[in-house]
Design a protein around this ligand. Structure first.
Ligand SMILES: Cc1ncc(COP(=O)(O)O)c(C=O)c1O
Length: 478
């Protein structure tokens, strides 16, 4: 494609995206295509001859779009908000257009230095102290893996430089709550701890990790000759947005010499509001903290902010430094290839920079406050209406709710009923929710926070919920 062709089609595509966002509310939220429906319309072999780009765009419209679930739809209340604000989409475009590989300072000094600046901005925005230094990782899953690798290496005094875990005399143990995200267990497995050495600690009635059970587990492990290594606390769990007692975790971490990693993937954005910072009190004592600007904050996926207290330790764990990557300024600069797993790095700082400047901190705070207000409004409606139950504390923007048609219904029938109305809403195309299970109860999660979601859509959702409880549809298999 020549620059002139790029100009031609690029303008068309920008127009297309602008129209798409403008009219998105008219689309069905969830894609209803059946498995295989998209791939069967596409040739199984790549084209030998060049194809007309206009034809490719037309196929995008006809074949691909029906298979898209619209995450930026104002009535998207499923999973979590994954806001791709348009200004951050422009940041993505710039990043791809520049085609930068930001592995080292020298491979594009601005990519590194802008990342340093925006990570300092973000640190200030969420109220972390200057003891923390930030770096962008692709996802929370990767950042948690990096954290557990760092924990492993601290406990083993850099065992990776010798025999690794294979020569440790005692197995190392990781602790987290049974409500933590699956990425925590996955990271522990990938970091070599082994499933036998991952303790999923029970939670209390608020779905927060129980410190008494954590301490008991640590002591039992020590008595059994195991070596406690790391604890991962969550601020805003995926299922119900519950909060672990971070200050309590920090105290135990200090006492038993554990690495404390805080996963605030979703709720970290709420820390832009000073009044919410009490929720992660103690975070200053964590060794590492992550949150996902690619969720609620509005940076187009992917962008995880990862903060550590000891960047020298991170670099020691992550760096390889072969001759072909060395430069004569290495002692003066940050080479972010040494701050994570990947070598090649996209210029993600651009989209963060665009978003923060275009919105201003006050603009971002206002949107997050709006979403929290909308959540509070819906919570109050549900609480004021008989036969509806909120099953978990509503601390941020997630509501776990179920409808109880009659008190003598069995849990199985209740599950059937709640899955049925959620399915009816999702299939109506008018909104999209995620069913889940909290403490053995079938619930439906309402996650508020898409940039385009206003009070109107939240009101419409509540109306729809009350209509759809009368559905007779069969429950889905999720
Ligand atoms: C609390 C929490 N941690 C981690 C993740 C994983 O995020 P990512 O997709 O960035 O790996 C999620 C995703 O929903 C989450 O809610």
């Amino acid at each position: 494609m020549t620059p002139e062709e790029f100009r031609l089609y690029g303008h068309q595509i920008i127009d297309w995206i602008a129209d798409y966002r403008k009219t998105l509310a008219q689309e069905r939220v969830m894609s209803m295509v059946k498995p295989g429906a998209i791939s069967k319309q596409l040739p199984s072999l790549p084209p030998n001859e060049a194809e007309d780009f206009q034809q490719i765009l037309s196929d995008l419209q006809e074949i691909i779009l029906p298979g898209i679930t619209h995450w930026n739809h104002p009535s998207f209340f499923a999973y979590f908000p994954s806001n791709a604000t348009l200004v951050s989409v422009l940041g993505e475009l710039f990043s791809a257009g520049l085609g930068v590989q930001g592995m080292s300072w020298q491979t594009s000094p601005a990519a590194t230095e802008l990342e340093e600046v925006v990570m300092n901005w973000l640190r200030e925005m969420v109220g972390l102290s200057k003891n923390f230094v930030g770096v962008i990782q692709d996802t929370a899953s990767t950042a948690t893996l990096v954290a557990l690798l760092s924990a492993r290496e601290r406990t083993t005094n850099y065992g990776q430089n010798h025999g690794g875990l294979q020569t440790e005399t005692s197995p190392l143990v990781v602790y987290t709550s049974e409500q933590s995200h699956s990425s925590v267990t996955k990271a522990a497995l990938l970091a070599g701890f082994g499933k036998d050495n991952v303790r999923l600690i029970e939670t209390d009635s608020e779905l927060a990790l129980r410190l008494d059970l954590l301490e008991k587990a640590i002591q039992e492990d020590i008595s059994a000759g195991l070596k406690p290594c790391a604890v991962v606390g969550t601020v805003g769990t995926t299922n119900s947005a519950a909060v672990d007692p971070i200050a309590g975790l920090a105290k135990l971490a200090k006492e038993y010499n554990l690495w404390l990693h805080v996963d605030a993937a979703m709720a970290g954005s709420a820390m832009l509001l000073p009044e919410y910072r009490v929720m992660w009190e103690g975070v200053e004592l964590a060794d590492s903290v992550l949150f996902n600007p690619h969720k609620w904050l509005g940076v187009a996926f992917d962008c995880t902010a990862y903060f550590v207290q000891d960047s020298q330790h991170l670099i020691r764990v992550m760096s390889t430094n072969p001759a072909y990557l060395q430069t004569n300024v290495d002692n003066e600069v940050n080479n972010y290839r040494d701050w994570g797993i990947q070598l090649g790095r996209r210029f993600r700082a651009l989209k963060l920079w665009f978003l923060i400047r275009e919105q201003g901190v006050l603009g971002l705070q206002a949107r997050i406050r709006r979403d929290l207000e909308n959540t509070k409004w819906l919570k109050e409606q549900i609480e004021a209406t008989s036969r509806w139950e909120i099953v978990a504390p509503v601390l941020f923007q997630t509501i776990c709710v179920r409808h109880i048609p009659s008190t003598d219904m069995s849990e199985a029938d209740l599950a059937h009923h709640n899955l049925a109305w959620a399915k009816a809403i999702n299939e109506s195309g008018k909104a999209y929710l995620t069913p889940s299970i909290v403490k053995g109860k079938q619930i439906v999660r309402v996650s508020i926070g898409v940039e385009a979601t206003t009070r109107t859509e939240v009101e419409q959702l509540w109306q729809l919920m009350q209509e759809m409880i009368n559905t007779n549809k069969k429950p889905p298999i999720y």
